[in-house]
Design a protein around this ligand. Structure first.
Ligand code: ADP
Ligand code: MG
Ligand code: MG
Length: 919
């Protein structure tokens, strides 16, 4: 007889062999299976519906079909897991019990909404179907039950339209053809003399429905399904299928959402905002998402359903007016507002419906907000103890902090500007550009190098490409929760919506406000902070924060600056990586320091050789026929370099300054056309042929992999010597100033792949340093290190670190050399790579973590193994990219270096990386 233990074991094995079917369906309502933490499985909408039900908010019951189902559906060639059907049937039973209605019943029919919901909300990307469960019979039952025929047929009309469009695919066939349902509806409205949908009578609606059903038949050959189960199956499949439609795919690409996440489907009991004047539907934010002010913000429509509010057909009322229209509901909503913020610890964007005086919550999510609002909300909610400092820091998308530094309209220019109209401010900042009326034109103009303002009556997801291209977006219809406003807010675009005094006429390509008529291609300027629209182009000026940073405005005068400053202080408190800047001039360096830079991580010395006379001396040096002649030319360049370094050291006031020695191939400095070659020949007192010959001799087939970087310094040690001398003599000058300034040069040898290359150059640097220190009688605190930008350096970093006092990962070149892809030529194929998901992100903007990143890690580990105190930084473009900064933190780098105006972004991103790594 087997022992108890082995029996148990056997049972365990057996159950492993025949696993219980996974749970594919989660209910919410009176019985709630899910919660807010289950976003990956239930999608954002489903998880939060469950959470709201949990905390006792009035959520109509329903169920969520998980994202796993979506994933399996695609994996198995659009086939559902077998267990799904039964689980849905059970969930429907629960809804029937909760509501006392029955799905498809001819006396008391239960109706559903079918809604998509991915992990992250994707506004407007996937379509919702309302009033599902209506057919020619159940609509009559709904009429009897509600005692309201207009209402019942209003619901049915909407359902047939949404179903015909989303599930059966009846849509406009050409760009110019109007939506066929809207068109049919429009004709009936015209025939019966009605302007607003809700004024259509029962009979009118019946007529529309008849035409809709005929339209579906004509177009698809199939009938609109009367079987409610078929309706539900079709709707669920439509949601899953929409995950791979073009709009959703485009959005995912733009925001880096992986296709593998999939979407969930929410099936929910319908509640009705279109039941008459005691019913309404609306959307609200717990705070103003445009500027972050702590006011209740939103809009609603009476006797309306679903997307009516955001569709911009009727202009909705501001939420404050609900206090007069429906005082009880307004009070309830105000309580909900507080409860949501307290429970979710962040600003919520929620949707509600009032059915005959009773409030229902249909959705909540963290509100999308502008950069300005994000900063204000984070600071104020922390002071109200609704958030911790750490949360406040992580709540602001690091990129968005830069929107506080973007230009505003110049105050003097604005006084003279011609104000045309005012709309709702939906995305702060100032934009000026050519008027375009559609997305295609926007892209075209931008490709030509023009800035544009996209002007539309309202926007839809089809306009997304155009919105991405435009500097500003202006709409004449739609409220603060319209598509245009949502998308602009998220993309950080300047946007004004619902400017109802403006008339846009696509046919004549004009935009009119009163007597002012602007045509396509004319300039327009919009202020997304105030909502003001100006004819013509208006000059812009630095933002308040920039002005305070530049010492042109007092900090006390700018609340925006104070909030910005608070976030920066908290960021500095939590980050462990340093933030430096890439700068070549004292002005750039000072501006970077004012934004918090703690040093220069990359000073490209070649930029110093182009100004004024220098380029001629540089050319003289390059074309020199002998070492002696080259030394003579270098001698002329020395004072310029010394002066530049002197300026940098003074501007940086003792902060470390990393100076990279000459890096680009020499031919970049040479004249490439005949006229300038003749000028140069004259300057040098030689014949133009000699110049041409020398230029030809310097020609390289592959300059990026050619005679450049430390290879130059090895071929021409006198160049390295001159640069070292300039650095140390400048350092000595500054050290001898009366004003006590420390100097910390960090000399960086580029493009090293072999330890011996570095040794060769370092020997020169040390020799010159000793000479200068002796001659000037000073002691200079300096380092010599190298830039890791070829794979060989990363692989042999343990060797190289025996000489190098620091490494700085030059990830621009490291990406080029690791991927074998030229940054300047990748444009022609990278977008295809992105479309195909081969390389989802541009590797020159966001670090390729698996490839380049693993070389960086190897470089770090090797370097530390032989030189535990080695300093580690990064100075490629990636140093200003939040995702790459996070990688740098985790890889153990000591600092990142980025362009001056990315410094605040980097400080914030570095803090977020540290906080996330702790959590
Ligand atoms: P989106 O993700 O585009 O916001 P939703 O799934 O939230 O789409 O649905 C759009 C609108 O449909 C909601 O704002 C709401 O007004 C309406 N709606 C959805 N579900 C229901 C429901 N159960 N009862 C009434 N209206 C609903
Ligand atoms: Mg919604
Ligand atoms: Mg380089």
């Amino acid at each position: 007889m087997p022992s108890k233990k082995t029996a148990k074991k056997a049972k365990k094995v057996a159950s492993k062999r025949a696993p219980k079917a996974a749970k594919y369906v989660y209910s919410f309502g009176k019985k709630t299976d899910g919660n807010a933490k289950m976003k990956n499985l239930l999608g954002g909408k489903g998880a939060n519906l469950a959470e709201m039900a949990r905390i006792g908010l009035p959520v109509p019951g329903g169920f969520t079909i998980t994202t796993d189902v979506c994933v399996e559906y695609y994996k198995n060639g659009r086939v559902y897991p077998a267990a799904l059907k039964g689980q849905i049937a059970t969930a429907i039973k629960i809804c029937e019990k909760e509501s006392g209605k029955k799905f498809g019943d001819q006396k008391n029919p239960l109706l559903f909404s079918v809604r998509s919901g991915a992990r992250e909300s994707m506004p407007g990307m996937m379509d919702t179907i309302l009033n599902l469960g209506l057919n020619d019979k159940t609509v009559e039952a709904l009429k009897v039950k509600s005692g309201n025929g207009r209402f019942a047929y209003d619901c049915y009309r909407r359902f047939v339209q949404m179903y015909g469009d989303v599930v059966m695919g009846v849509q406009s066939r050409t760009e110019n053809e109007p939506d066929p349902f809207e068109h049919a509806l429009h004709l009936v409205k015209k025939e019966v003399g009605v302007t607003i949908d809700s004024d259509l009578t029962e009979e009118n609606n019946k007529e529309v429905i008849k035409r809709f059903q005929k339209l579906i038949k004509d177009r698809t050959g199939g009938a609109f399904p009367q079987d409610v189960q078929k309706q539900l199956d079709g709707a669920v499949s439509a949601v899953f299928n929409s995950w791979e439609n073009e709009r959703a795919t485009l959005y995912r690409q733009k925001y880096g959402i992986p296709a593998e996440w999939g979407t969930a489907v929410n099936v929910q009991l319908m509640v009705f905002g279109n039941l008459g004047d005691t019913s309404a539907t609306g959307v609200a934010f717990t705070r103003d998402p445009a500027n972050g002010e702590n006011v209740f913000y939103g809009e609603y429509l009476i006797n309306a359903q679903g997307e009516d509010v955001v569709a911009g057909v009727r202009t909705p009322f501001p939420i404050a007016q609900l206090a007069d229209d429906m005082p009880k509901s307004h009070k309830e909503l105000s309580v909900v507002r507080k409860k949501l913020e307290k429970h979710f610890g962040d600003v919520q964007d929620f949707e509600f419906t009032i059915e005959d005086g009773k409030l229902y919550m249909l959705q909540t999510r963290n509100g999308k907000r502008t950069g300005l609002a994000a900063v204000r909300i984070a600071v104020e909610m922390t002071k109200q103890r609704l958030m911790t400092q750490q949360t406040a820091v992580t709540k602001i998308p690091a990129d968005q902090i830069s929107s506080l530094l973007v230009p505003i309209f110049d105050t003097n220019a604005i006084k003279k500007a011609k104000l045309m109209a005012t709309g709702l401010p939906a995305g702060p900042g100032a934009a000026s550009g050519k008027i375009v009326f559609n997305a295609a034109d926007a892209e075209k103009e931008v490709a030509l190098g023009n800035s544009v303002v996209l002007c539309r009556e309202e926007t839809s997801p089809e306009d997304l490409r155009g919105m991405i291209a435009s500097d500003g977006i202006l709409t004449s219809r739609g409220g603060v929760s319209s598509h245009a406003a949502l998308v602009a807010r998220q993309m950080g675009k300047v946007c004004i919506c619902g400017a109802s005094d403006i008339h846009i006429d696509y046919a004549s390509a004009t935009l009119t406000a009163g007597k002012i008529v602007l045509k396509e291609g004319d300039s327009i300027s919009i202020d997304g902070t105030t909502g003001e629209i100006f004819a013509g182009s208006v000059a812009t000026a630095p933002s308040e924060v920039s002005q305070v940073l530049a010492g042109k405005m007092k900090a006390e005068k700018s609340y925006t600056f104070q909030m910005f400053n608070q976030i920066m202080k908290w960021s500095d408190k939590y980050r462990t990586m340093g933030v430096r800047t890439n700068a070549d001039s004292p002005e750039q360096s000072k501006s970077a320091v004012s934004m918090g830079a703690e040093g220069i991580g990359l000073c490209r010395t070649e930029h110093m050789f182009f100004e004024g006379d220098r380029i001629s001396y540089m050319r003289e040096m390059i074309l020199a026929p002998s070492v002696a002649a080259r030394k003579a030319a270098l001698k002329k360049l020395l004072p310029f370099q010394r002066k530049d370094f002197n300026g940098l050291f003074k501007a940086m006031e003792g902060r470390p300054v990393t100076i990279r020695f000459l890096d680009p191939p020499l031919h970049e400095f040479l004249p490439h056309d005949d006229a300038s070659r003749r000028d140069l020949a004259e300057h040098l007192g030689v014949s133009p042929e000699i110049v041409s010959d020398r230029v030809r001799a310097l020609h390289e087939e592959n300059p990026m992999l050619g005679h450049r970087g430390c290879r130059l310094g090895i071929s021409y040690p006198e160049i390295t010597e001159m640069q070292a001398r300039a650095v140390f003599e400048a350092a000595a000058q500054v050290l001898k100033l009366k004003r006590k300034i420390k100097v910390k040069p960090e000399i960086m040898i580029p493009l090293v792949g072999f330890k011996d290359e570095l040794d060769n150059q370092v020997a020169i640097v040390h020799r010159v340093a000793a000479e200068v220190q002796k001659a000037k009688g000073v002691k200079i605190d300096y380092l010599v290190g190298t830039m890791l930008e070829v794979p060989r350096a990363c692989v042999t970093s343990a060797e190289i670190a025996k000489t190098a006092q620091f490494f700085s990962f030059g990830t621009n070149d490291l990406t080029q050399t690791t991927l074998g892809m030229s940054r300047d030529d990748a444009g022609s194929f990278l977008s295809k790579y992105k479309d195909l998901d081969i390389i989802p992100q541009n590797p020159f903007a966001t670090l390729d973590q698996e490839g380049v990143g693993s070389l960086v890690k190897q470089g770090v580990d090797g370097g530390k193994s032989t030189n535990p105190d080695i300093k580690l930084g990064i100075c490629g473009e990636h140093g200003g990219d939040p995702a790459s900064i996070k990688f740098c933190h985790n890889a153990g780098l000591s600092y990142v270096s980025c362009s001056p105006n990315r410094v605040p972004v980097a400080r914030l991103a570095a803090a977020q990386a540290a906080i996330e790594a702790e959590a």
